[in-house]
Ligand binder design. Structure first.
Ligand code: G3P
Length: 205
């Protein structure tokens, strides 16, 4: 079917839209790839001190993952495309964010996009994973630690909710890549040098 590669490509392009860079430009801020962790993501945009730009980044990066999956669900099922199609589209949007064609394939760490993808695949799974992120973030004030714990929890929640389901491949795949992308954060957490949420860019080097 021609529609499958086209949908995967469209999901990848959608995932590639760099909301951290776009919202920073909109608010007249420096490019988030030039300060802090240098990551084009909401956590690093927050280090600019502009909460609105960070929230816009969070909404945009989550929405693109959710929209890709919701479109795949809406148009894929009537076309006879099953859950493997959703898996492909979800992974394409996620990889679009991490390896975006619009930023020379150097993108973010995928947390917000993964949240959008999970919420669209299964709101209960997305909600449980988001609650895990929020709990760790409020308790310890590290965005990266919250992402690492939520990424470990999500495949477990998915297995408990669904049993052996093909969409587990998307959840586990996203979790593994997301954890890998947080390797420098993990090293900083262990060294005690990871900046807490809300600390400004000069402290986040
Ligand atoms: O959303 C990414 C977050 O988990 C870590 O971001 O900028 O602290 O590396 P950062």
């Amino acid at each position: 079917l021609q529609i499958v590669p086209l949908a995967i490509l469209a999901a990848y392009l959608l995932g590639s839209i760099p909301f951290a860079v776009l919202s920073s430009r909109l608010f007249g801020l420096a490019d988030p790839r030039s300060y802090g962790s240098k990551n084009p993501g909401a956590t690093n945009v927050l280090r600019s001190g502009n909460k609105s730009a960070a929230v816009l980044t969070l909404i945009g990066d989550s929405a693109k993952g959710a929209v890709a999956v919701l479109l795949a669900q809406t148009y894929g099922e009537p076309a006879g495309l099953g859950s493997w199609f959703i898996v492909g589209v979800a992974l394409a949007a996620f990889f679009g964010h991490i390896y975006p064609v619009f930023l020379g394939f150097k993108g973010g760490k995928g947390v917000a996009t993964a949240a959008g993808v999970l919420l669209a695949i299964d709101p209960l799974l997305g909600g449980a994973t988001l609650a895990t992120w929020l709990f760790v973030a409020f308790a310890f004030r590290y965005s990266s630690l919250a992402a690492l714990v939520a990424a470990c929890a999500a495949p477990l929640y998915a297995f408990l909710m669904w049993g052996r389901d093909s969409q587990l491949v998307a959840v586990a795949g996203i979790a593994i890549v997301l954890i890998g992308k947080h390797w420098p954060n993990l090293q900083r957490l262990m060294a005690g040098t990871e900046p807490k949420i809300g600390s400004k860019k000069k402290e986040a080097q």
